[in-house]
Design a protein around this ligand. Structure first.
Ligand code: EPZ
Length: 429
């Protein structure tokens, strides 16, 4: 398995291109199942999770083609991909595929809407939590689906099609909002989703579905209204820039010092995190081509953070922020409210000399003057990049093991950072 070797101490200066958002691309790709025409998606990042979802979609019978730069280049850059689900040959999403990338479970909505049936493996938990799907099941039942679970599979049928209804989410769920919005798009009548997720990726999906002929309003607010239509057509749509990648690299600059342009980044979809990063002492300015992040010699201010559904501070930036706080001039408290086990990075950061104590869902970080490089292990996608951020500022060499976690969600990470002066490289085991 690959590792990433980092020698810390360099500032970051230059430009980092921000890729298409993983968490926008995945639901957009799944929406291709809802029409027999071609859905063209631009700015699709080249990530392991995207490749895994392509395997799931082709298993259902979806054809796809990639266009863009020369073959060897397009292997590493965001691409335009055309998806055509002319015929759905199989309405089962098998365990061996779904268990590798839990968002694959989301195919249940489009399959039900288009085919009236779906047999999808339960996704199972992951490092950060049990990841239940009860909200998906309750919501689809509210739209008239018959659902039973046997042998680790969710069997859903809606022989006479889905029927619009009002559904109130007992808790905010991004995935369940995506799935119910897609299912309702082709249900009979109107659906009102209350306490829906407000993430920009939900808005990106709603805009794509509307381009395909759906009638969805107020996506991005807590109450989404969907008037069902009989069928959806093909469309062309662009994946929004990755706000988690943007926040991650902004924190890396705040950690090392320097001056970096995050090219293509959008500040309007990341206001809470950018405001928090500014409070730590980095200077964030929105410019035409993206977001400029600077931190001069002054130190890193400690800032308390609590993760919340959008527009609050994103849970997907919690680990990275903790990495930054390990060198703050004082104490900060970081509270995780979304997932029950998202502190796997704590013991690895401690190996670099960080001083962190845990009490329930709150981590207390006492910043230290210097971190010292050491071998560390990535445990999940966002935890792995918090180790990279710490390693960039640690004295000496940090070796991050199991970087396949990184490859799930960060396109060309070591190339983007090395291009700005970081001393890091990918090495084989
Ligand atoms: C999406 O996951 C993201 N993944 C996650 O990013 C992100 O952390 C999460 O939203 C929260 O913002 C993708 O978009 C592919 P949820 P999702 O449903 O939809 C509980 C990353 O690093 N819940 O909003 O699976 C759940 O256990 C990933 O890119 C139920 O209880 O998250 C969690 O505690 C990690 N029952 C909370 O809700 C359900 O039926 C929020 O989960 C569904 C969820």
């Amino acid at each position: 398995m690959d590792r990433i070797k980092i020698v810390g101490g360099n500032q970051l200066n230059g430009t980092i291109p921000i890729s298409g958002a993983k968490n926008a691309a995945l639901p957009l790709m799944i929406a291709a199942l809802m029409t027999d025409e071609t859905l063209t998606l631009e700015n699709v990042p080249h990530l392991a999770d995207v490749e895994q979802l392509i395997r799931i979609l082709t298993n259902h019978g979806v054809d796809y083609s990639v266009n863009g730069r020369r073959e060897e280049q397009s292997q590493r850059y965001s691409r335009t991909i055309h998806f055509t689900a002319r015929n759905i040959v199989d309405t089962t999403a098998p365990y061996e595929l779904v268990s590798k990338m839990r968002a694959s479970f989301w195919v249940i909505g489009p399959l039900l809407a288009r085919m009236g049936q779906a047999r999808v493996s339960l996704p199972g938990g992951c490092a950060i939590g049990t990841r239940p799907v009860d909200l998906f099941i309750d919501g689809l039942k509210a739209l008239g689906a018959d659902i039973d679970i046997d042998n680790g599979y969710v069997n859903a049928t809606a022989r006479n099609g889905l029927v619009g209804n009002r559904y109130v989410f007992p808790k905010v769920s991004v995935g369940a909002t995506h799935v119910l919005m897609m299912a309702a798009a082709m249900a009979k009548g109107q659906t009102v989703l209350e306490n829906a997720a407000r993430e920009p990726e939900v808005v990106n999906l709603a805009e794509c579905l509307n381009a395909m002929g759906a009638r969805i309003s107020d996506a991005g607010s807590s109450t989404i209204v969907i008037d069902g239509v009989d069928r959806l057509s093909g469309a062309q749509h662009r994946v929004i820039p990755d706000r988690i990648e943007t926040g991650t690299y902004a924190m890396a600059v705040a950690m090392t010092g320097g001056d970096v342009l995050l090219e293509g980044a959008r500040a309007d979809i990341l206001e809470s995190a950018l405001d928090t990063i500014s409070q730590t002492g980095a200077e964030i300015t929105q410019v035409n081509s993206g977001i400029r992040v600077r931190r001069n010699g002054s130190g890193i201010n400690p800032v308390d953070v609590t993760t919340e559904p959008y527009p609050g501070f994103p849970t997907d930036l919690q680990a990275q922020f903790m990495g930054l706080m390990t060198r703050a001039r004082g104490r900060s408290k970081i509270t995780e409210t979304i997932f029950e086990n998202r502190f796997m990075h704590v013991q690895e950061l401690a190996r670099l000399g960080a001083r962190i104590s845990l009490s329930g869902q709150t981590a207390t970080v006492d910043g230290v003057e210097n971190l010292r490089g050491a071998p560390v292990m990535a445990t999940d996608l966002r935890a792995s990049v918090s180790l990279v951020i710490a390693g960039l500022a640690a004295e000496g060499e940090t070796m991050v093991h199991r970087v396949y976690h990184l490859d799930r969600g960060f396109e060309r990470l070591e190339e983007k950072l090395a291009h700005c002066g970081a001393q890091l490289e990918r090495v084989g085991e």
